[in-house]
Design a protein around this ligand. Structure first.
Ligand code: FES
Length: 183
């Protein structure tokens, strides 16, 4: 008995596999050129925007938030703000031409020691050589040659902000150094 070979099934037609597109050298260079142009444009736009974007509130050397204005409401209160290296002093007409808030840089104008507020003495008293300053930072004893330096203070939507990037020397306590208190 002879064995009949199995009838061969026709193979299913295969779909032609598309050859991967070859990227020509010229096209590759074009991609690279546009890519680097795009990166450059984005970087330039970033720098440009950075110049016009409002600067963030920052630490010493920039604007520092001292706190809500209610924190400084008490006349003759002196509050230290360590982040900004200053005091917010609520002065009255006993110490200044007008009542309001003044920001005092805590650095002694004699030789640069940090001057603490001493509540028991009701004044600033430098531990280094004994300079003494009153509520408005006026030098009243010791070797300090002038009042403590001051910084611009603003009240923005109920928040006290001090610009520690603008430290001002002075030889007298004057009204323009004091921000009227708006509670
Ligand atoms: S550094 Fe303050 S009195 Fe000399």
């Amino acid at each position: 008995m002879s064995v009949q070979p199995e009838a061969q099934q026709p193979e299913p037609a295969r779909k032609p596999v598309p050859e991967p597109e070859k990227v020509s050298r010229r096209r590759l260079l074009r991609y690279l050129m546009w890519g680097s142009t795009g990166v450059f444009a984005l970087a330039t736009a970033g720098v440009g925007l950075g110049m016009f974007w409002p600067r963030k509130i920052q630490g010493f050397g920039g604007k520092v938030v001292a706190g809500p204005v209610s924190k400084f409401a008490q006349p003759l209160s002196v509050t230290v703000v360590r982040e900004g290296k200053f005091y917010v002093s609520h002065v009255t007409t006993r110490y200044a031409p007008v009542e309001g808030l003044i920001a005092l840089y805590w650095r002694c104008v004699h030789l640069g020691c940090t001057v603490p507020w001493v509540p028991a003495e009701d004044r600033f008293h430098c531990p280094c050589h004994g300079s003494i300053y009153d509520h408005a930072g006026k030098n009243i004893a010791g070797p300090a040659p002038r009042p403590l330096d001051w910084m611009p203070l603003t009240i923005e939507k109920g928040i006290v902000v001090v610009d520690t990037g603008k430290i001002n020397q002075r030889h007298a306590v004057e009204a323009n150094q004091i921000t009227p208190f708006k509670g």
